[in-house]
Design a protein around this ligand. Structure first.
Ligand code: DGL
Length: 269
């Protein structure tokens, strides 16, 4: 069997990435880990996020891997550089660079907005990368801590969601951005409401979509694509609530999960 692409997230949200991988790379075997027992990561300290990230990667490494995709915006922002240093032989792809490169290619006025969890915005990772790539551009960042619980509880298009989205995003709208990075796994599910607030003229960037496309190019360039011609298999693991994960997965994946979702003890890794 061809090696796996390992994908992980703090919970369900990284399935938006898997959805795109299934579309772009149907031949690849994927192992997904969602840390549902310890979600959310976004409000935790850097030390805790880094500790969790190492455990998540140690678990994924129990499978033969060709690459890891960090689907989580918070982990990609805070822990990517640290884990890359300790895993020099394993390609590790985060969501920040693909999203930033896309934003830079789309913006016309050089004003880019970034929204994410508290950890992501505190890290400044998106803003730093925009400025590294395009020093004359301006970045406007805003943490939106209520978006994840809204999505997790199915408040996708409710009036409460509209009020909160408007409250968080009005300052970004006022700043005149023409491109907005939805820098968290869950935020693309709020695309319709975010678009209502930001208007059609603002480009919305979904990290899951950009990162899957990035991974495809990378694997192609490195000659790592599965050439067996067979449809790949996907395995799902979580740290708690396997039934709930299987039930809610369709919201993120766009189709139900037919495979067994297995629970593991992530603290033991
Ligand atoms: N997966 C996280 C992210 O993309 C959101 C949920 C959490 O806070 O753990 O930042």
């Amino acid at each position: 069997m061809d090696r796996y692409i390992g994908v992980f997230d703090s919970g369900l949200g990284g399935l938006t990435n898997v959805k795109e991988l299934h579309r772009l790379l149907p031949g690849e075997n994927i192992v997904y880990f969602g840390d549902t027992g310890r979600v959310p990561y976004g409000s935790r300290s850097n030390d805790t996020i880094i500790k969790y990230t190492f455990q998540d990667i140690r678990f994924l490494k129990s499978f033969p891997l060709k690459a890891i995709i960090i689907a989580c915006g918070t982990v990609s922002s805070i822990a990517l550089d640290v884990v890359r240093k300790t895993e020099p032989d394993l390609p590790i792809i985060g969501v920040v660079e693909p999203s930033v490169k896309k934003a830079i290619s789309l913006t016309k006025n050089g004003k880019i907005g970034v929204i994410g969890t508290e950890g992501t915005i505190r890290s400044g990772a998106y803003g730093d990368m925009v400025l590294k790539e395009a020093g004359n551009y301006r970045v406007f960042e805003k943490s939106c801590p209520l978006f994840v619980p809204l999505v997790e509880n199915g408040y996708i298009e409710s009036e409460a969601t509209r009020i909160i989205v408007r409250d968080y995003l009005t300052p970004l709208k006022t700043s005149g951005i023409d491109t907005l990075i939805l820098g968290c796994t869950h935020y693309p599910l709020l695309t319709d409401v975010i678009r209502e607030v930001m208007g059609d003229e603002v480009s919305l960037i979904s990290p899951g979509v950009e990162t899957a496309a990035w991974a495809k190019s990378y694997l192609e360039e490195e000659g790592l694509l599965n050439t067996s011609g067979k449809v790949g298999e996907t395995e799902y693991y979580v740290s708690d609530g396997a039934d709930k994960f299987a039930r809610l997965a369709e919201n993120f994946l766009g189709s139900p999960i037919y495979e067994d979702v297995k629970k593991i003890d992530i603290e033991s890794w």
